[in-house]
Design a protein around this ligand. Structure first.
Ligand code: NAP
Length: 368
C-alpha cells in the first residue's frame, strides 16, 4: 500500500514551470482506503499532466500564430473543386466564406461554414482574398457583375481555372487597378489529390502583386498553403502554362473521355497497363463537361493537339491495314510488291522536320 496521508497537497519539483507550481494548492493525492474483502482496492487511475490545455503557453502561442497568419478567403464557385480546396485551406487555420450560384448551404454547414447566397453580403465581410473557382466558361460573366465596390480598396484575387491566359486577361480587364492578381492552377483534382497533395504540381503566376510588405505577405501566405501541403511549386507565365497544359492535360482528358465513350470494363485478368487506363477514365470522368469544353475553347493550343491526336490515330490505322493489305497481296501475287516510301502523316506528326523511314512492309505511293 502507498503510505500517503489523506488529502495532502502535492508539491511540484522546482524545475516545473511556474504556472504548474501555482496549481499546487489545488492538487492533492488521496491515500486509498485499506483494501479488504468488503472494500476491494481501487483501480489505478492515471491523471495526465502533459495533455495540451487551452491555458498552456504552447497552445496559446500556437493559436496566436495561426490567427496572425489566418486569411479571410471568399470562395466564389463552391462546386466540386471549390469545396475540395476549401477543406484543405480550412485545416491551415484560414477562414472561408463560400458563395455560389446554386445553394450549397448544407455542404457549407458540413464544413462548419456559413454559406453566402448574396455576393454583396459576402463582399461586405471584407475578405482579404477572393478565390475564383467557377467554371472557365462562366468567369467573364461572374467578374462582369462582381460588386468590387463593396470590397476593401485593395483585395487579392486568385483564380484556380485550368486554363491561364484567358482568366488572366479577363481579370486584368475587369478588376480595379489597385487589386492584386495571382493566377494559379493546382494541377490535381478531387480524385488525383484525394489522399495527399505531396509532389503534385501547383502552377502560379504573380500577375500583379503590389510591392508593399502587406500585399507581398498576403500573397505568400496564400501560396504557403500549397507549399505546406507538399505541392511542387512551379512559377511560370500563363502563356507558358497553356502551351504545356495543352500537350499534357488536354490530351489526358481527351483520352480519358474517348476511353469512357469506348466503355472500358474491368475484368478478372486486368494487366497493369489496363488498370492505368481504368484509372485514367476514373480520374477524368468525375470532371464536368464544362471543364473539358473550357480546356478546348479557351486554350488556343488545344485544337492543334486534337488534330495531332486525330492524325496519329489515322496513321496507326493505316499502318495496321497497310500491313494486312501487303500480306494479302504477297499471298495473291507472290511477293512482287514495290519498295516502300515515306508516310506523309508521319512527316506531319514530326512537324515535317524529320522524314521517317517507312518500315519494310508499308504500302507504296501508287497504292495509296
Ligand atoms: P466546373 O464545371 O469547371 O465549375 C463548376 C463551378 O462553376 C461551380 O461552382 C458552378 O457554380 C460555377 N458556375 C458554372 N456556371 C456558372 C455561371 N453561369 N455563373 C456562376 N457560376 C457558375 O467544375 P469544377 O470541377 O468545380 O471546377 C471549378 C474550377 O476549378 C474550374 O475553373 C476548373 O477549371 C478548375 N479546376 C478544376 C479541377 C478539377 O479537378 N475539378 C482542377 C483544377 C482546376 P454552381 O455549382 O453554384 O452552379
Amino acid at each position: 500500500m502507498i503510505p500517503f496521508s489523506s488529502a495532502k497537497p502535492l508539491k511540484f519539483p522546482s524545475s516545473f514551470p511556474p504556472f504548474l507550481q501555482s496549481l499546487s494548492p489545488f492538487v492533492s493525492l488521496h491515500s486509498p482506503p485499506i483494501p479488504s474483502i468488503r472494500n476491494p482496492p481501487p483501480r489505478l487511475r492515471i491523471l495526465s499532466l502533459d495533455a495540451a490545455q487551452p491555458f498552456d503557453y504552447e497552445t496559446q502561442f500556437k493559436s496566436q500564430y495561426l490567427k496572425s497568419n489566418a486569411l479571410k478567403i471568399a470562395v466564389v464557385g463552391f462546386g466540386n473543386f471549390g469545396q475540395f480546396l476549401s477543406k484543405t485551406i480550412l485545416r491551415h487555420g484560414h477562414t472561408i466564406l463560400p458563395h455560389s450560384r446554386s445553394d450549397y448551404s448544407l455542404a457549407a454547414a458540413d464544413l462548419g461554414l456559413t454559406f453566402f447566397h448574396d455576393l454583396n453580403d459576402l463582399c461586405e465581410q471584407h475578405p482579404e482574398v477572393v478565390l475564383l473557382s467557377t467554371s472557365i466558361l462562366s468567369i467573364e460573366e461572374v467578374l462582369g457583375k462582381f460588386p468590387f465596390q463593396r470590397l476593401r480598396r485593395n483585395t487579392l484575387f486568385v483564380d484556380v481555372l485550368s486554363v491561364k491566359e484567358f482568366p488572366r486577361s479577363v481579370m486584368v480587364k475587369y478588376l480595379p487597378e489597385e487589386f492584386d492578381i495571382l493566377c494559379t492552377h493546382p494541377m490535381f483534382g478531387p480524385e488525383s489529390g484525394k489522399g495527399s497533395w505531396a509532389g503534385l504540381p501547383f502552377v502560379f503566376d504573380k500577375v500583379r502583386i503590389g510591392n508593399d510588405p502587406y500585399r507581398l505577405g498576403r500573397c505568400n501566405k496564400f501560396l504557403t498553403i500549397f507549399e505546406k501541403e507538399g505541392c511542387r511549386m512551379v512559377e511560370m507565365s500563363c502563356a507558358e502554362h497553356d502551351k504545356c497544359a495543352a500537350g499534357s492535360q488536354f490530351v489526358t482528358h481527351t483520352m480519358g473521355r474517348v476511353l469512357e465513350k469506348f466503355g472500358l470494363e474491368s475484368s478478372p485478368i486486368n494487366t497493369k497497363g489496363y488498370e492505368t487506363l481504368l484509372n485514367l477514365v476514373e480520374n477524368t470522368a468525375g470532371d464536368s463537361f464544362d471543364l473539358y469544353y473550357g480546356l478546348f475553347m479557351y486554350n488556343k493550343n488545344a485544337l492543334e493537339q486534337l488534330q495531332k491526336l486525330d492524325m496519329a490515330f489515322e496513321s496507326l490505322k493505316k499502318d495496321l491495314f497497310g500491313h494486312l493489305h501487303n500480306v494479302c497481296r504477297n499471298q495473291l501475287f507472290g511477293g512482287s510488291v514495290e519498295k516502300p516510301v515515306l508516310y506523309l502523316e508521319q512527316k506531319l506528326l514530326t512537324d515535317g522536320t524529320t522524314p521517317v523511314e517507312a518500315p519494310s512492309m508499308e504500302i507504296s505511293r501508287e497504292e495509296r
